[in-house]
Design a protein around this ligand. Sequence first.
Ligand SMILES: [Fe+2]
Length: 307
Amino acid sequence: MTEGGRGPTQPALAFSYEGRPHEILEEVIDICDAIEIVPDCMLDKATDHIANQHAYDVQNVIDGRAIYAHGIGLSIGTVTSWNTNYLTTIESTISKFAIRWFSEHLGFTTVDGHFLGCMPAIPRTCEFVELIADRAANLRAQFGIEFLFEHVASPVDSGGNLTHGEFFNAVADASSCGLILDLHNLECEADNGRLNLVDFFDTIDFRHVREIHLAGGIWRDGLHLDVHSNLCAPTTNSLFESVVSKCPNLELVVFELLSQAIPRVGSYAIRQQLQSIRAILDGLSGKENDERIALSAVSAGSSTPRA
Ligand SMILES: [Fe+2]
């Protein structure tokens, strides 16, 4: 099914799919073990349900591969209430696809019912850890599936008395949910002076990491932005090599690329990116505990600014 196949203990490799162009699925599916869908980009806006055409496009190519869902609009960090309409989207996603799990971001996208047009990160405090844990319990009880959470990159300080690593651990411990380690957004945080990668990786409990994200962004006005508009920078690939073998419960590795960027990047380059990730995963087989590249060699702020 998958080009080259993967070892029995190797994490699944996936491409992030936002519903268009649908041709990209057929162009990369042979390299992938799974697909990560973004339900927010596949909705019939009148109903907040997954549009039938999008469901068909995925089911048409999936051929037994696993499907994971990665949401944007739950706004789990809005103090007064999460986005209750989004529960319909989660329900619709589960009804259309046999998803392995649903993941969301540790941020907020709505306030007083109004969409912000961006996703600020939540403050790193014990109060927010409790909020996330309570809501995670509600999600599990309502939908009966596993939920994961991803840290959000923030060019401005999101505040709080916990370090990023402490907050990451506390959310996982309190919520009993797995975590997504998005290496590009962590690089952005480091490049923008928000965290030190070595300190972060010295702090986090890698057992919580179930999924890793890889992506490429842009530099603008001196800031490294996590916009998923490019292939991975060499620094991101190196970071992946240095941390992937440390995650004993890792199940999924996803290359994320905005749908708008696909025509410019092109399917050939996307395939090469996926194959390079596959090569790293293949190198892990049989030596998962071998930390092949010393993490200390990866310095904070290591990405090269691009125009
Ligand atoms: Fe991500």
